[in-house]
Ligand binder design. Structure first.
Ligand code: SF4
Length: 260
């Protein structure tokens, strides 16, 4: 259960006394974000390389930050967020993300020293070994450190999936009890706005995949499994952008809300 703080829907009335020389509406910011997602998928498809995917992903991050800055003014969190470097409770949940983000992360990993890459491959394979025989339900509730965690920090912080950027909390203790301690009666208390921007982007990415002739099922992938597929594959970007269903084993119908 996720208890949401702040208004949920675009268009929620927000009172403000501060004069605004130029008002950018809540709705138009989200609409722009969605359109941008559609366009960036087309851009990545046209480029067709992992490095291109990383450039596109960096653009998405910038646009995400820009949209968030606008929306945070409209609907402020109202109290400090608890999220901080070194807090990794939510990094024990399975991450669902899209194929372009996976390739962007893989491109980053390819620049790592050989020893670090080998350790990551070991962690990814070990995770698959443990989860391979689990049911979909068991995988959904499986809690383990994300393979990208190194010394308690995200090793691909700049390239991390949008859901990792979007998720935040007002109370780290509640996250710990809810995610790692078998639940908390009140669930977790999140600031809804970043999460909403992530959701809108995912909707746009789904539309973008369809328009670009890619399979929209590749918007919902088990991140770690999909990353392992890319890192083990020959010419993954070429094959993916040519329409090969290489991510089929990593596709999931599990929604993030069901994981939480
Ligand atoms: S990718 Fe990074 S931020 Fe996301 S769950 Fe893994 S370690 Fe945490």
């Amino acid at each position: 259960m996720v208890k949401v703080s702040g208004p949920l829907k675009p268009g929620t009335k927000v009172s403000t006394t501060a004069p605004k020389p130029k008002r950018v509406s809540f709705e138009s910011t989200l609409t722009d974000m969605r359109a941008l997602a559609v366009a960036t998928v087309a851009q990545a498809r046209q480029n067709g390389t992992m490095t291109g995917a990383r450039v596109v992903a960096a653009g998405i991050k910038e646009a995400y930050d820009g949209a968030l800055a606008i929306l945070e003014k409209e609907v402020p969190a109202g109290e400090p967020l608890a999220c901080a470097a070194g807090c990794t409770h939510c990094c024990h949940l399975p991450v669902v993300t899209d194929a372009i983000t996976v390739m962007a992360v893989a491109d980053k990993v390819k620049s790592w020293p050989k020893a670090a890459r080998k350790k990551l491959m070991d962690r990814l394979r070990e995770r698959e070994r443990k989860r391979g025989s689990m049911s979909e339900t068991a995988r959904r509730h499986h809690r383990a450190p994300c393979p990208m965690l190194v010394d308690g920090k995200c090793s691909v912080y700049e390239e991390r999936p949008l859901i990792c950027r979007s998720f935040n909390s007002f109370d780290a203790k509640r996250c710990e009890r809810h995610f790692l301690g078998g639940g908390h009666p009140e669930g977790i208390d999140v600031y809804r706005i970043p999460y909403m921007v992530g959701e809108v982007f995912t909707e746009g990415a789904t539309e973008g995949f369809e328009k670009a002739g890619l399979n929209p099922k590749d918007v919902s992938l088990d991140f770690a499994k999909a990353l392992l597929i890319v890192l083990e594959a020959e010419d993954p970007a070429e094959r993916f952008f040519d329409g090969e269903a290489m991510f089929e084993p990593a596709r999931t119908t599990v929604k993030t809300e069901e994981i939480l």
